[in-house]
Design a binder for this molecule. Structure first.
Ligand code: HEM
Ligand code: MG
Length: 338
C-alpha cells in the first residue's frame, strides 16, 4: 500500500467567538464500530461530525476540528496531533484512532512485529497516562471511558469551592480554585492507590494541561464561565452544551501552560513516580531545551521511528517538527523503547 503525505490543515483566519455546533454538525451518538477514547474534547468533536464520526482521523482533521470547535491555537493543536500520530497512529498513512485499535488502520510497514502497532490513543503509555480527571489509572481501572466515581469527586469539589451560579444560586461554577483542590486531592489518593503510578514530566504537564483544557476550552466563550451542566455535557454525554460559544481567542501553549501552572502551584508538586515501597520519588529533571518536550517527545517516542526511509520518514520528520515547535526546541530524535 502506498503511503500518504501528512495532510496540511486549512487554517481559518476567523478565530473569534462563535456558536458551536452550527447546523451542519448535529450530535449523533457513536455506533458500535465508531472509535471513542480517553479525550472528551476529541470524542465530542467526533460525535458532532467535526471529526469523522468513525473516530479514524488525519493530522489535518484534528488540527482543523479543535480550532473550529474549541479555538485551540494552531501550533498547540499541531503538536498534540503530531504526538498522537507518532505515538499511537500510522504516520505512513496519516491516520490515528481517537480510541482503540481499528481494522481501518493497518500496521506500519516494517513494524509487523507489533512493537509499533497503531493502537490508538486509548492505549496506555506515550500519551494516555495516570492521574486523569475522569478516567482511572490503567493499572487499577478503566483508563479509557468516563468514570462516574471520579466525576463525583470533581462535583464534590465544585460544591465546596465553586462560585455561585446566578441561575441556580448554589455553587455550581467550576473555578480555578476547584481545579486546584481537585487535582491535589486526586494526587493524594492516586499516590496511595496506584502502586505503579507514573507522573514523569511529560505526563505531569499533560495532566495539568488537561485540567487547564477544562477551564479554558469547556467554559462558555460569552462570559468565560463553566457551569456544572456544561461540564457534564462534555464529560458525561460528549456533546456540546446548549448555547455553547467557543472561546473568543485561540488558546496557545502559553495560555494553557500558565493556567496549568496556576492550578499546580496552589499545592506544589513535582514530577516523579511511585517506588516499589509505595513512596513517591520525585524525578531529577534532565537538562534539555525543555524537560516537558524532552520527556514527551524524545524519551516517550520510539527510537525505531528514525529507522524509516522515503515518504514514511518524510512524514515522521514533519510530525517531529510539529511536536517541537510550540516548545521552541530544535528537534531531538526520539530515543524511546519500541
Ligand atoms: C485527555 C488527546 C485535544 C480535553 C486526552 C488524552 C489524550 C488526548 C490521549 C488522554 C490522556 C490521559 O488523561 O491519560 C488529545 C489530542 C488532541 C486533544 C491528540 C488534539 C489536539 C483536546 C481538546 C480538549 C481536550 C481540544 C478540550 C476541548 C481533554 C481533557 C482530557 C483529555 C479534559 C482529560 C480527560 C479526563 O481525564 O477525564 N486528550 N486531546 N483535548 N483531553 Fe484531549
Ligand atoms: Mg489517563
Amino acid at each position: 500500500q502506498p503511503g500518504v503525505p501528512i495532510s496540511i490543515p486549512v487554517t481559518s483566519n476567523c478565530t473569534g467567538i462563535k456558536k458551536i455546533p452550527d447546523d451542519d454538525h448535529p450530535f449523533i451518538a457513536p455506533g458500535p464500530d465508531d472509535q471513542r477514547g480517553p479525550c472528551p474534547g476529541l470524542n465530542t468533536l467526533a460525535n458532532h461530525g467535526y471529526l469523522p464520526r468513525n473516530g479514524i482521523v488525519t493530522f489535518a482533521q484534528i488540527v482543523e476540528a479543535v480550532g473550529e470547535g474549541f479555538n485551540m491555537e494552531y501550533d498547540l493543536a499541531a503538536a498534540l496531533a503530531a504526538f498522537a500520530m507518532l505515538g499511537r497512529g500510522n504516520a505512513y498513512l496519516d491516520l490515528v484512532s481517537i480510541g482503540g485499535e481499528s481494522p481501518l488502520i493497518p500496521p506500519l510497514p516494517g513494524f509487523i512485529d507489533g512493537h509499533h502497532a497503531p493502537y490508538g490513543i486509548s492505549k496506555h503509555g506515550r500519551f494516555e497516562g495516570d492521574m486523569s480527571i475522569t478516567r482511572q489509572d490503567a493499572a487499577i481501572g478503566d483508563n479509557v471511558n468516563f468514570q462516574e466515581d471520579l466525576y463525583d469527586e470533581l462535583l464534590l469539589y465544585t460544591g465546596k469551592y465553586g462560585d455561585d451560579s446566578p441561575v441556580t444560586g448554589n455553587s455550581s461554577i467550576v473555578t480555578l480554585k476547584v481545579m486546584q483542590e481537585f487535582k491535589y486531592s486526586r494526587f493524594l489518593e492516586d499516590q496511595v492507590k496506584n502502586p505503579v503510578l507514573e507522573y514523569h514530566p511529560g505526563r505531569f504537564a499533560t495532566s495539568y494541561g488537561e485540567a487547564a483544557f477544562v477551564l479554558e476550552f469547556f467554559a462558555n466563550g460569552t462570559d468565560g464561565k463553566l457551569s456544572v451542566p456544561a461540564m457534564g455535557s462534555f464529560f458525561r454525554y460528549q456533546t456540546f452544551p446548549q448555547n455553547f460559544y467557543r472561546r473568543p481567542s485561540p488558546a496557545d501553549i502559553g495560555v494553557i501552560g500558565w493556567t496549568s501552572h496556576r492550578i499546580m502551584i496552589a499545592h506544589p508538586l513535582r514530577p516523579g513516580a511511585n517506588a516499589p515501597n509505595g513512596t513517591y520519588v520525585p524525578d531529577i529533571v534532565p537538562r534539555s531545551c525543555d524537560h516537558v518536550y524532552y520527556d514527551l517527545a524524545v524519551k516517550n517516542l520510539p527510537a525505531t521511528l528514525m529507522t524509516t526511509t522515503g515518504l514514511f520518514r518524510k512524514n515522521i520528520d514533519f510530525l517531529l517538527n510539529k511536536t517541537a515547535t510550540p516548545f521552541d526546541c530544535p528537534v531531538i530524535p526520539p530515543i524511546g523503547a519500541p
